[in-house]
Write a protein that binds this ligand. Structure first.
Ligand code: F6R
Length: 612
């Protein structure tokens, strides 16, 4: 949520910052801005509403020369997305320039105090208040680093910041609490960014800042400390992905690329983690808490959005195959309803980014009660990954499209592996059936590849619905969460209103919406709910609804009930959500693309929601 990038070194900083901002834009894209320290040691700045491309076009490149600079791409929290509220922000005296991710919760209190000190403000942002607070402390201490530290000690809320000081024009100060920030250590140059994609083109050597830490960056050197002023020494970590991983690679959109990558990403999730001869799964990252997991009286899964849908699939899996009671909670609700958590509970946190504020807060709440916490996370080194007791990376690779696709299927695959691991230990699935499931698991990449090969048939159907106003998605059992996820994908990128329901619940309300203008997507593979789903289809048909069926290959019976059929390969219930979501991802992608929507950066959304 919002992107920060900064550079200090010997090269001209502007192109590096602009390139970084473009890579970070998926995190927020309401407005963007840069500040550079020029060769006269002045801070020059330019910012405006709109995307980074627009900023780049409008910038006077000849003027913006200098080898220290910071930039920001914004997802608005305080103040509408306009030129004024765009970052960077100056203090009243134009001494401190700051970019900020997060929310200053006690901004009103600080603002009132500063007003008493005769400070004035020109924007609606909490960030400008922080800039003025730093300036206030700078006036008293005459030391940039101390001023930032003292200001941050007063701040409640979250921040990832990078700031410049006109009176000390040879450094960048950065700090983090609740909003990710990392340093990229190059050859006589240091970069700072809120995520690795902005750095990877320049260096793979990184240092992750922890909450409550800050760093002073100078040309070719840096030092880390806590905001309480204790020095810190930390090893450099090496990023293990390539620039290619975060480029579009010939696809029109990242989302399409990421959908098509799933045969590989799914394989990356299970590679080395399952023995196909014995059907035994083993996740090394869970070794330290495996006993707790096997003995858990209850598993709570908590997450947000798409990851929450993966969690719902996990509930079906773990209860069905392992016979452990599971509860699935929206992370945003979890701690606000005084959850009853015991030390016998295992809490699983699912998050692509590993930075979602509500999921992180739920993790901390669970730890407070002494539960064992497990992370299912994609972004390596992210906060949730670092704070859980144990975890497993899903290895989906960088997911840039704001709508989550490959991360979802990899999250579900990770849950399937955990299910197989527990089922083996608790003997809730026979040896014979475990081997069968493992054999089926091995075929999943090939089955997804087949669907990727059929994408034009999905596109053909999508084209018929590009002008639809509403959609219903219905599924049962393991496919109920798939219905929710299919509806979410469509609404977030095409802005078509879509709802997902358990198919049988349709009769308790949504059926009132059915008429000849209502497309209804039924997830209707040949499984044990098939006959019931056919009954629901008939009920919609009887009311002139338009039926789009997600149906198993070879199921000709369904043709007579459906207006359109999207084919999926047959698989075991455990893996059905991974298979059945694929045509729904394509359907939403092609509908949104046909409507001319910005598929990778849908309005109002951000990739990583680091505010509560
Ligand atoms: C939807 C989507 C969001 C995220 C949610 C959680 O396509 O991407 O609903 O799933 O914001 O994000 P993570 O998984 O990063 O915690």
């Amino acid at each position: 949520m919002c992107g920060i990038v900064g550079y200090i070194g010997k090269r001209n900083s502007l192109p590096i910052i602009i390139e970084g901002l473009k890579r970070l834009e998926y995190r927020g894209y309401d407005s963007a801005g840069v500040s550079i320290i020029n060769d006269k040691d002045e801070i020059i700045s330019f910012k405006q509403a709109g995307k980074v491309n627009k900023l780049e076009e409008a910038l006077d490149v000849d003027k913006f020369q200098g080898n220290i600079g910071i930039g920001h791409t914004r997802w608005a929290t305080h103040g509408v997305p306009n030129d004024t509220n765009a970052h960077p922000h100056y203090d009243m005296d134009k001494n401190i320039m700051i970019v900020h991710n997060g929310i200053i919760e006690n901004y009103k209190l600080i603002k009132n105090r500063l007003i008493e000190e005769k400070y004035t403000f020109t924007t609606d942002t909490d960030t400008e208040i922080l800039a003025n607070l730093i300036n206030y402390h700078h006036k008293n201490t005459n030391d940039f680093e101390t001023a930032v530290r003292l200001a941050l000690l007063e701040v409640e809320g979250t921040y990832g910041i990078a700031c410049l000081c006109a009176k000390e024009p040879d450094k960048i100060l950065v700090a983090r609490k609740g909003s990710p920030l990392m340093l990229g250590i190059g050859n006589e140059e240091i970069l700072v960014a809120s995520d690795a994609s902005a750095i990877i083109n320049h260096t793979k050597n990184v240092i992750y800042l922890e909450d409550g830490e800050m760093a002073a960056l100078e040309r070719g050197s840096f030092h880390l400390k806590t905001i309480e002023d204790k020095d810190i020494y930390r090893n450099i970590e090496v990023l293990d992905f390539l620039l290619d991983d975060i480029e579009k690679g010939g696809y029109d959109h990242f989302m399409l690329k990421e959908i098509c990558e799933q045969p590989d990403t799914i394989q990356n999730t299970y590679r080395g983690r399952i023995n196909f001869e014995t059907g035994v799964a083993k996740l090394g990252g869970l070794d330290s808490i495996a006993e707790k997991l096997f003995k858990a009286k209850r598993i709570i899964i908590t997450a947000c959005g798409t990851a929450w849908h993966a969690g719902l699939v996990g509930e079906y899996m773990l209860e069905h195959y392992c016979r452990i009671p599971v509860e699935v909670e929206y992370a945003s609700e979890f701690r606000y309803r005084r959850p009853i958590i015991s030390t016998d509970d295992v809490v699983i946190l699912i998050s692509q980014s590993g930075e979602t504020a509500d999921t992180l807060a739920a993790l901390r709440e669970a730890k407070k009660f002494g539960a064992t916490t497990i992370g299912i996370v994609n972004v390596i080194g992210s906060t949730i990954a670092r704070e859980v007791d144990a975890g497993t990376y899903v290895h989906a690779g960088a997911e840039i499209g704001v709508a989550s696709t490959k991360a979802f299927t990899c999250q579900v695959m990770s849950l399937a592996l955990i299910t197989l691991m527990i089922a083996n230990e608790k003997k809730t699935v026979s040896h014979h059936d475990l081997i069968k499931l493992a054999k089926e698991l091995k075929q999943i990449p090939e089955k997804i590849a087949r669907m990727v090969g059929m994408k034009d048939s999905y596109k053909e159907v999508a084209m018929k619905f590009k002008d639809a106003k509403n959609f219903l998605y219905l599924g049962r059992g393991f496919n109920f969460p798939v219905a929710l996820e299919g509806a979410l994908k469509l609404k977030e990128i095409s802005y078509i209103h879509a709802e997902g329901y358990p198919a049988a619940e349709m009769k308790h309300g949504p059926i009132a919406l059915i008429d000849e203008n209502m497309p209804v997507v039924f997830i209707a593979p040949k499984d044990r709910t098939y006959d019931k789903i056919i009954s629901s289809i008939m009920e919609v048909k009887a009311r002139n609804g338009v039926i789009i069926a997600i149906a198993s290959e070879g199921d000709d019976n369904i043709n007579s009930y459906s207006d359109f059929v999207l084919r999926v390969p047959k698989t075991a219930a455990l893996f059905a959500p991974i298979i059945n979501i694929i045509p729904l991802q394509f359907l939403s992608y092609y509908i949104a693309a046909a409507r001319g929507c910005n598929v990778d950066q849908p309005r109002n959304l951000a990739k990583s929601v680091t505010v509560e």
